[in-house]
Design a protein around this ligand. Structure first.
Ligand SMILES: [Mg+2]
Length: 407
C-alpha cells in the first residue's frame, strides 16, 4: 500500500510564445510561425511553431538565417507583456493543484506533490486533468514529466513534446536514461557536446563505454561526475536546490558591438532598468545578481554576486553589474550581448525588514516605482535613462531585444 511513488512534476508549455500568438490570432494555427526580432537585425528566434521546426528552424537561431531558410514563414514580433500576463495566470492555476509550485521561467514550473497521498490517490489522473484544463481554459498545450526527483521530472517533460506525458516510476530512472539521446541530458551544454563528438561519443551507449577517468579528461572532473550520476539514474549532486531556485533575467543583443567603457555602462544601465521594472511589476525581491557577457566571437561568460540588500532598484543592480564587469575585465574585446539576472527570487511579502536599505535607496526605489506606474497608466511608454540613448542613436530602427528562447 505504501509503495514509493513519483511525486515531482515538471510542466513545460509547448512553444509558448508562438502558442500564445496562435491562440490570439487563430489564422496563424497550423502554419510555420517564427517569433523574434526583425530579420534585418541581429536578434535570434525566440520561439517557433512545430511546423517551422520541421523545416529546420530552432530557437536561438539568428533571425537572418531563419528568414533565409524559410522566407514563407510568418514572422511575428514578441508581445512579452502578454506572455508574462498569461504566465502569471498559469502559475496561479498550478497552485490550485500542487502544494508547492516553483516557477523556473516564464513557461515552466516544478509542481511538488510530496506527502499528498491523503489528498490525491492517483497523481497521473490529476496531472492529466491539469493538462486538459490548461488546453481548454487557456488554449495552451503543455508537456508534463512526473518522476521521483526534479532532475528526472525535467528530463521526462522534454522527452515527448508537444503535449507529452511521461511518467518515470521510482527505480526506473536508469533504464529511462538508456532511451535518451545525448543532447537530452539536461545540463550538458553545446561546448560539452562538441568536445564529446570529437571523441566520437554521440549516444548514451557511447557514454557508458567510456571510463570515468577518460570522461574526466575530456570534460573535467565535475562534469564527468555529473554525467556519471545521471547514467546511474541519480540526480547529479551539483544539481542542488540552488539550481531549482527561481530567477528572472533580461538580455540584449546590441545593434552594434560595444567597444568602450561608456557603451558598456550604458548597456548595463538599460538592462538594470528593465530588470528592476520586472522585479517591481512581479513584486519580487532577490539577493543574487548574475552578469552575462557574450563577446564578438560568441565566447560567453557569467559572473555573480550575492548582495545583502534584497529590495533592488535600478541603481543598485547597475552598480553591482558594473562592479562585476570591472573586476573581471580590465580590457575587453567587442561585446555582442549582455544580460543581467536576479536569482533566489522571493515574493515581496517574504521580505524581512531590510536593515541595509538607506534613505537614498528608498528614494531610488520610488523613482523606479513611478516609472512603472507611468507605464501601467499610459501603456507601453518607453522611459529610458538619457545615458542609454547613445546605444541606439545610430540605428534606432534596427534596435532589437532578444529575450530568452522557449521550447
Ligand atoms: Mg517551454
Amino acid at each position: 500500500m505504501n509503495k514509493q511513488r513519483s511525486e515531482i512534476a515538471h510542466v513545460d508549455l509547448d512553444a509558448y510564445f508562438v502558442a500564445v500568438e496562435q491562440r490570439d490570432f487563430p489564422e496563424l494555427q497550423g502554419k510555420p510561425v517564427i517569433v523574434g526580432g526583425s530579420p534585418e537585425s541581429r536578434s535570434v528566434v525566440s520561439s517557433c511553431s512545430y511546423e517551422a521546426r520541421e523545416k529546420g528552424i530552432h530557437s536561438g537561431m539568428s533571425m537572418k538565417k531563419a528568414h533565409a531558410l524559410l522566407p514563407e514563414a510568418i514572422f511575428r514580433r514578441p508581445r512579452f507583456d502578454e506572455y508574462r500576463k498569461t504566465s502569471v495566470e498559469i502559475m496561479k492555476f498550478f497552485c490550485e493543484y500542487a502544494p508547492g509550485v516553483q516557477q523556473m521561467s516564464i513557461d515552466e514550473a516544478f509542481l511538488d506533490f510530496q506527502n499528498t497521498r491523503y489528498l490525491y490517490d492517483d497523481l497521473l489522473v490529476v496531472l492529466k486533468k491539469l493538462q486538459e484544463r490548461l488546453l481548454s481554459q487557456f488554449g495552451l498545450s503543455c508537456s508534463i514529466g512526473l518522476a521521483p526527483s526534479h532532475y528526472f521530472a525535467k528530463l521526462a517533460s522534454d522527452f515527448d513534446k508537444p503535449y507529452g506525458f511521461v511518467h518515470i516510476e521510482p527505480d526506473t530512472e536508469k533504464s529511462f536514461v538508456n532511451r535518451l539521446s545525448i543532447e537530452n541530458i539536461w545540463g550538458l551544454g553545446k561546448q560539452s557536446l562538441k568536445r564529446l563528438s570529437i571523441y566520437e561519443i554521440r549516444t548514451v551507449q557511447d557514454l557508458k563505454k567510456i571510463s570515468p577517468q577518460n570522461l574526466s579528461v575530456i570534460l573535467g572532473k565535475s562534469y564527468a561526475q555529473y554525467i556519471g550520476a545521471v547514467l546511474e539514474g541519480e540526480p547529479p549532486h551539483s544539481f542542488t536546490r540552488s539550481s531549482i531556485e527561481r530567477s528572472t533575467s533580461v538580455e540584449e543583443t546590441f545593434p552594434q558591438d560595444l567597444q568602450t567603457g561608456d557603451a558598456v555602462r550604458a548597456g548595463l544601465l538599460s538592462l538594470a532598468q528593465k530588470l528592476s521594472g520586472r522585479l517591481n511589476a512581479d513584486h519580487h525581491i532577490s539577493s543574487v545578481i548574475v552578469l552575462k557577457v557574450r563577446f564578438k566571437d560568441f565566447s560567453t561568460f557569467t559572473v555573480q554576486k550575492t548582495i545583502f540588500q534584497q529590495h533592488l532598484h535600478t541603481q543598485k543592480i547597475y552598480e553591482t553589474a558594473v562592479g562585476l564587469f570591472k573586476k573581471r575585465w580590465k580590457t575587453f574585446d567587442p561585446i555582442r550581448l549582455m544580460g543581467i539576472a536576479a536569482k533566489r527570487l522571493q515574493n515581496e511579502s517574504q521580505l524581512v525588514p531590510d536593515m541595509f536599505e538607506t534613505n537614498k535607496d528608498t528614494a531610488l526605489r520610488k523613482i523606479d516605482k513611478t516609472a512603472l506606474d507611468l507605464k501601467n497608466k499610459y501603456g507601453n511608454v518607453s522611459l529610458r535613462p538619457a545615458r542609454t540613448f547613445s546605444l541606439y542613436a545610430k540605428d534606432t530602427k534596427k534596435k532589437n531585444i532578444s529575450k530568452k528562447t522557449d521550447s
